[in-house]
Design a protein around this ligand. Structure first.
Ligand code: ZN
Length: 160
């Protein structure tokens, strides 16, 4: 059956950036299961999958605005070391989870200069054009419960 809203879709995929580096792949793993139309995956990929069917294979390049957004300089901030309670040593590359509005956000330490710590709350893939090689593994109707929750249950999906 073709992929439309409220279908549970399993895909295998390979994600590369504009330099051709492989960032993620489902190779050797269970396929990724998601609920079409629920915003489980980035908008550009969901759009590219609409109407595709089991066995279809395709490659799509998604610009930042339909992936993880443009980089936002306002999300780069310098904060004092005292803000990091319970952290003994702060080094560039360290990641922390912070609550930003209603969703958790990963922040990365990008620079340490004395007591000035530069953090970046942009998604690591913000500003990147992403190329996905996709093959559609299966398509099925979502259950009532999956629709109510807005995500997939069972193998390859979300577990309670
Ligand atoms: Zn659920």
């Amino acid at each position: 059956m073709p992929i439309t809203s409220n279908k549970v879709v399993q895909i295998h995929y390979k994600l590369t950036n504009s330099e051709g580096e492989v960032l993620d792949s489902s190779e050797g793993r269970e396929p990724l299961a998601y609920l079409q139309g629920a915003g489980n995956i980035i908008p550009g990929l969901e759009k590219a999958l609409e109407g595709k069917d089991t066995g279809d294979k395709f490659t799509v390049t998604i610009p930042p605005e339909e992936a993880y957004g443009e980089r936002n300089e306002a999300l780069i901030q310098v904060i004092p070391r005292e803000a990091f309670v319970d952290v003994e040593e702060i080094k560039p590359g360290m990641q922390f989870q912070a609550q930003m509005g209603d969703h958790p956000q990963i922040i990365v330490v990008t620079k340490v200069e004395g007591d000035n710590i530069t953090i970046d709350a942009n998604h690591p893939l913000a500003g990147e054009s992403l190329t996905f090689e996709v093959s559609v593994d299966s398509v099925r109707d979502a259950t009532e419960e999956e629709l109510a929750h807005g995500h997939v249950h069972g193998a390859g999906g979300h577990h309670h």
